[in-house]
Each structure stands twice: as structure tokens, then as C-alpha cells.
Design a protein around this ligand. Structure first.
Ligand code: HEC
Length: 128
């Protein structure tokens, strides 16, 4: 049934397009030290709202880029970029994953908290 195969073929094409992206050049230590107590709230918020696309420990998935990446170091994307991304969404420009939709459930204070967690992960990877 050739007609039925088309959707599968296009999914494979999307996955291949994503995997053409350069692998993240950064690594987290194994094992990762436990999340500092002051960042546990940010850790949970990240897992709840961001991990499905940005991946466990922000290392990326087929749906979204790693945030533990030099592109997202503070000197390239200040904390305000996280607030704007969550509030307004992101038009695809760095990668081929597509646009990020706004995440309206997450408040600015919560973004601040989860950004601190992502910054800590970046620090563990030696990005800053
Ligand atoms: C449904 C998937 C999805 C979810 C959920 C998601 N993102 Fe994203 N995000 C993306 C994609 C895709 C991009 C890359 C867009 C591009 O090509 O630059 C992105 C980009 C970003 C960027 C870069 C913004 C910029 O200025 O370039 C930040 C910061 C970000 N996301 C933070 C978050 C945070 C924080 C959360 C959780 C509250 C989150 N994202 C949830 C898909 C997602």
C-alpha cells in the first residue's frame, strides 16, 4: 500500500534533517553532581515544561536544541532571551527543529528559576 507509506517517509526525512545538525560539542560530567538545593525548584520546572523538547539535562532531543550549548551561553543569550522565548515563543533561526511555541503557564519568576538551573548545567559543562 504505497499511499500509506508517505507519512512514514516524511517522518524519516524530518528526523534525518534534525540529525544533520552538529552534535553538541559539550559534555556533562558523569555522574552529574546533584542539583544544588537552591536550584531544585528550577530543576522541577525545567523537567515539567522544557525537557520534552530540550531534553534531559538540557542536552536536546529530536524536537528541540540543547540549551547546554555554547550558542546559549550567557554572552550569546542573556537570561532575558529565556523570558522572551517562554513568553513569545521563538521563530526557528539557529536550527531546523521548527518554531518554539510560547509556554504561557510559566511565569517570569518561574523562568528566572529554571534559567538559573540551566545556567548551572552549562557551568557543569564548562560553557561559562
Ligand atoms: C515544543 C518544544 C519546545 C518546548 C516545550 C520548549 N522549547 Fe525552547 N525551543 C524549541 C525550539 C525548537 C527552539 C529553537 C528555535 C531556533 O531554531 O532557534 C527553542 C529555543 C529556545 C531558546 C533560544 C531562544 C533564542 O533567543 O534563540 C530558549 C532560551 C528556549 N528555547 C527556552 C525554553 C524554555 C525555558 C522552555 C520551557 C519553559 C522551552 N524552551 C520549552 C522548542 C521548545
Amino acid at each position: 500500500m504505497i499511499g500509506g507509506r508517505w507519512p512514514i517517509a516524511s517522518c524519516v526525512a524530518v528526523v534525518m534533517a534534525c540529525s544533520r545538525e552538529p552534535a553538541p560539542s559539550v559534555r556533562l560530567p558523569e555522574p552529574l553532581p546533584p542539583t544544588p538545593v537552591t536550584l531544585l525548584a528550577g530543576d522541577s520546572l525545567y523537567v515539567m515544561h522544557c525537557q520534552s523538547c530540550h531534553g534531559r539535562h538540557a542536552l536536546g532531543t529530536d524536537l528541540g536544541p540543547p540549551l547546554v550549548h555554547s550558542v546559549y551561553a550567557p554572552r550569546h543569550h542573556a537570561d532575558a532571551a529565556f523570558v522572551l522565548a517562554v513568553r513569545n515563543g521563538v521563530r526557528a533561526h539557529h536550527w531546523t527543529f521548527g518554531d518554539m511555541q510560547p509556554v504561557p503557564l510559566v511565569t517570569s519568576a518561574q523562568v528566572e528559576s529554571l534559567t538559573a538551573y540551566v545556567r548551572w548545567l552549562q557551568m557543569q559543562a564548562g560553557i561559562h
